[in-house]
Design a protein around this ligand. Structure first.
Ligand SMILES: NC(=O)c1ccc[n+]([C@@H]2O[C@H](COP(=O)([O-])OP(=O)(O)OC[C@H]3O[C@@H](n4cnc5c(N)ncnc54)[C@H](OP(=O)(O)O)[C@@H]3O)[C@@H](O)[C@H]2O)c1
Length: 236
C-alpha cells in the first residue's frame, strides 16, 4: 500500500505505540484519526503533527460512542487502515486480581476492538482500494506467564480473532495482521504496576515495523509478526 493520502484510524494515540504509529503514518502522508481519552495529550500531538492528525477524544469501551463516531465521520470518505492498538495490562496473581481489573482488560483489549472493527469493516468492504486492519496483541498472546493470566487471556483471544478475521476478510481485499511485540518502554508499565528496564524495545522501532507491514505490495499479506528485545532482562 502506498500510504500517501490514505485514511487511518489509530486507537490509543495519546501515548506510547499509538503516538509513534501516528507520527510515522503522518510522515508518510497518511491522514490519521487518533483516538484516546486524554484530550490534552491528543492536542499536544496535533500541535506537533499538524492538520493531518485528527484528535478524537473518545472512550472506545462505550459502544454507542464508537458506532456514532464511525457513522458521523465516514459519511463522505472511507477508511483504509484501522490500527487496534489501545490496550491495558493489569497484572497480579489470580487470587489478587480484582473483577474490576479483569473487566477493564476485557472491555478495552477485546470488546472495544469488536465495536470498532465491526463498525469499520462494512466501510472497508465498500472501499475499492486494498484496506488493512492491524491488531496489536503482545508476546503475551503467544505464551502464558505467572501473574498476567488476565492479560494473557485477552491477547491470546485477540490472536484468535485476528487469525479468523484474516481468513474471513482477505477475499474482500481487506488484510488483517496481528503484531505480537515483547516489552516496549512505554506508560503501559505504569498501569500494569511493573517497571520499565533499559533493554526493552522502543516504540518508534515497533512503529517502523507497522509501516513495513502496511507498505508491502497489495498482493502480499503478512498476517503475524513477533517482535522481541534481543536481551530480554535488565542488566541491573
Ligand atoms: N508496552 C509494552 O511492553 C507492550 C508490549 C506488547 C504489546 N503492547 C500493547 O501495545 C498497545 C499499546 O500500549 P502502549 O505500550 O503504547 O501503552 P500506553 O502508552 O499505556 O498506551 C495505551 C493507550 O491506550 C489508550 N486507552 C486506554 N484506555 C482507553 C479507552 N478506554 N479508550 C480509548 N483509548 C484508551 C491510552 O490513552 P488514554 O489514557 O488517553 O485514553 C493510551 O493512548 C496495547 O494494546 C498493549 O497491550 C504493549
Amino acid at each position: 500500500m502506498n500510504l500517501n493520502g490514505k485514511i487511518a484510524i489509530v486507537t490509543g494515540a495519546s501515548s506510547g505505540l499509538g503516538a509513534d504509529f501516528s507520527r510515522r503514518l503522518i510522515a508518510k502522508g497518511t491522514i490519521v484519526y487518533g483516538i484516546a481519552r486524554r484530550a490534552d495529550r491528543l492536542e499536544k500531538l496535533q500541535n506537533e503533527l499538524g492538520s493531518a492528525f485528527h484528535p478524537v477524544v473518545m472512550d472506545i469501551t462505550i459502544e454507542n460512542d464508537v458506532r456514532n463516531w464511525v457513522s458521523d465521520t465516514f459519511k463522505d470518505t472511507l477508511p483504509d487502515i484501522l490500527v487496534n492498538n489501545a490496550g491495558i495490562g493489569k497484572f497480579g496473581a489470580i487470587d489478587e486480581l480484582t473483577s474490576e481489573d479483569w473487566h477493564t482488560m476485557i472491555n478495552l483489549n477485546l470488546n472495544a476492538i469488536f465495536y470498532l472493527t465491526s463498525a469499520i469493516t462494512p466501510l472497508m468492504k465498500k472501499n475499492d482500494a486494498i484496506c488493512h486492519i492491524i491488531n496489536i496483541a503482545s508476546i503475551a498472546g503467544k505464551m502464558g506467564n505467572p501473574n498476567i493470566s488476565g492479560y494473557n487471556a485477552t491477547k491470546f483471544a485477540l490472536g484468535g480473532f485476528s487469525d479468523a478475521l484474516m481468513k474471513e476478510l482477505r477475499n474482500d481485499g481487506i488484510k488483517v495482521s496481528c503484531l505480537y511485540p515483547g516489552s516496549i518502554a512505554t506508560e503501559f508499565f505504569k498501569h500494569s504496576g511493573s517497571e520499565i528496564h533499559d533493554r526493552m524495545m522502543q516504540s518508534d522501532d515497533v512503529a517502523t515495523v507497522l509501516i513495513n507491514v502496511l507498505e508491502m505490495p497489495d498482493s502480499f499479506l503478512i498476517d503475524e509478526v513477533v517482535m522481541r528485545p534481543l536481551f530480554p532482562k535488565s542488566a541491573k
